[in-house]
Design a protein around this ligand. Structure first.
Ligand SMILES: O=C(O)CCC(=O)C(=O)O
Length: 272
């Protein structure tokens, strides 16, 4: 399985075994404060229209999103390169859990964007405040990246009939401090509890792709199996992933394949 590599071999092995890793003191306090200030100014300028989370992807206009992405990447790039090899870092966001009971984020795995038969990406979660059990704590199911968690196409949520209690022996509730880094694999089961504190809970969030991955766009077909379409990296670089899958596919076939490649899209049934 091709994944990014941690330079520290012990950590890399731990990540491979557990499907998550907690790195303490990943980012200096002053850099965390800088990102927090960016968050505070953007959050007040562009208040959210959504429930649960404020997010630079959902809530910023294109120009502000691009600018924030670039400045986050310029802060993160040099730090990430101290810890990792053989990765691609293409997008970073700030995401804040809002306040109240409606902010529960149920157990799930993340959406699928790679050929998961041979590629795995890692998501990175860097809290800008200290995390406590009361303020929207992240949890992971240790080792769950090795379970058959299935492909999750964009526009769909991971489905399960199991409760969190079913996984209680492997459930790990994480308590990172501001500036620590939590890494979890694209298919690691995770979620977060409601934020019952009186403050927002902002995090910087970025994905680490393995070097030169094969990108796929997955779409459920009328027979309830999943078609996979080969796409270029650019496909996931704009904010199309948030559109409905119909629109997504339309953009894909007209804009990416016909205009850029002059081909019609070829789908193949993806083994689950
Ligand atoms: O930030 C959180 O509380 C959870 C984030 C999460 O689960 C995700 O982005 O997939």
């Amino acid at each position: 399985m091709k994944t990014p590599k941690l330079k520290n071999h012990v950590w890399h092995h731990k990540m491979e075994e557990d499907g998550y890793l907690h790195i303490k003191g990943f980012m200096e306090t002053d850099q965390v404060e800088n990102i927090k200030q960016v968050f505070n100014s953007l959050y007040h300028k562009y208040p959210t229209k959504h429930l649960g989370f404020w997010n630079t992807i959902l809530d910023l206009p294109d120009n502000e999103f691009d600018q924030t992405n670039s400045s986050l990447l310029s802060i993160l790039g040099p730090i990430v390169s101290q810890y990792f090899d053989e990765y691609e870092l293409i997008q970073a966001t700030i995401m804040s859990k809002l306040i109240g009971d409606s902010t529960n984020c149920p157990l799930h795995r993340d959406n699928s964007i790679l050929d998961e038969r041979s590629f795995m990406f890692w998501n990175c979660w860097l809290p800008l405040i200290d995390i406590t059990p009361n303020n929207g704590q992240l949890y992971v199911i240790k080792g769950s990246h090795k379970l058959k968690n299935g492909i999750v196409p964009f526009g769909e949520s991971w489905q399960t009939n199991k409760t969190l209690d079913y996984y209680k022996d492997e459930l790990l509730c994480l308590e990172p401090s501001a500036g620590d880094l939590i890494i979890y694999a694209d298919r690691t089961l995770h979620g977060s509890f409601p934020n019952n504190s009186d403050a927002l809970r902002p995090v910087c969030h970025f994905g680490l792709l393995p070097f030169q991955p094969k990108f796929l766009f997955f779409k459920r077909n009328e027979f309830n199996s999943i078609d996979a379409f080969e796409v270029e990296k650019d496909f996931y670089l704009n904010r199309n992933g948030l559109k409905s899958t119909e629109e997504f596919l339309k953009d894909y076939s007209y804009d990416i394949l016909e205009e850029k490649k002059g081909e019609t899209p070829k789908a193949f049934i993806y083994p689950e």
